[in-house]
Design a protein around this ligand. Sequence first.
Ligand code: PLP
Length: 406
Amino acid sequence: MENLDLVQIRSEFPILNRKVCDKPLVYLDSAATSFTPQYVVDEIARVYSTCKANVHRGVHTLSQEATDLQEATRESVREFINAKSIQEIIFTRGTTEAINLVASSYGSLLENGEEIIVTEMEHHANIVPWQLLGHNKRIILRVVPVKKDGTLDMESYRSLFNERTKLVAICHVSNVLGTVNPVKEMIAEAHQYNVPVLVDGAQAVSHHKIDVQDLDADFYAFSAHKMYGPTGIGVLYGKRHLLKLMPPYQGGGEMIGTVSFKKTTYAELPFKFEAGTPDFVGIAAFKKAIEFMQRYGVERIAEHEKELLNYATEQMNTIPGMRIFGTAPQKSGVISFLIGNEHHYDMGMLLDKLGIEVRTGHHCAQPLMQALKIDGTVRASFAIYNTKEDVDAFISALRRVAAMLG
Ligand code: PLP
């Protein structure tokens, strides 16, 4: 595969030129949010200054233009994940809202005593919405444990199904361990019991080619801000027949057919789930972020990031006391680690002083931290614009920090 032109790519992200603590910036926190190419930022400004008129409500030219831009993005997203129809693409505020939508809407169809299977490596966004369901009825969460190497205990997964299982909710890629879960196999297993599967794709969609039909996923959730796009926009993909069964998530403008005080009918998909004015400017710019990824190709981006991940891991393993969490054979995007008993927060603060931006803490995965018997890690993550020089700077800073902390 042809190498990426990193000089050209980096020039598209002016933010990379800034300094941190007077040091050149090394950004290793793209798993939290990735940077945005200038031409995506420019598209936001262009829409604001040429056709910021509310979508789907007007016959006038500006409203039509804004609506066309929003709907063009919906088609781009459909193509990007190979969904069958644009009716299956719902815009949300992010992965979190997409999962909350399913929890509140599909969840309302569940009965007392029914069960949902999740895993120990889930982000809080794929745990708490299911727990909230339990405020009104008794919904039981069954949890697949994580093995020492950061892979899922698949035997345990298979053993959790019974006649009360109504949903599986799993992450495609762990935001802490980097483990790429065998979601296609897990979905096939669940479908043998007629159980639908929601995949939290927040950490997968910018590192893997996603084909929701090939995976046979029933729901797939992701956020634009982790894929070089604007903040505050996400996508819920859902199979049409399931979305049709589900009641609306929120009420308001746009999601209705007709309203009277006696009876209200709902709009067709996907609008039934899109109440109120969406961030249509951001959605328009999201199309440019998808084009950016398509220009370089998700497979090529993934290969580049994998090289960086392997290069960094090799060098990190030479640092005395290094403890890397997550050594699954199928791994992408992130490396979580500690050095000896040093606190992740101290390491993060010192790395920042050297211009290296990493994330520290529990990464919104406290149940996983409890399983690992730690309270947090340092996490470095990679994106298209990172280089081997970034990794070298990171490793050299890490050695200095380890020495400073003794
Ligand atoms: N799921 C995973 C695996 C994540 O890593 C994240 C964010 O880091 C989320 C869900 C939540 O995404 P958002 O905050 O964009 O809704």
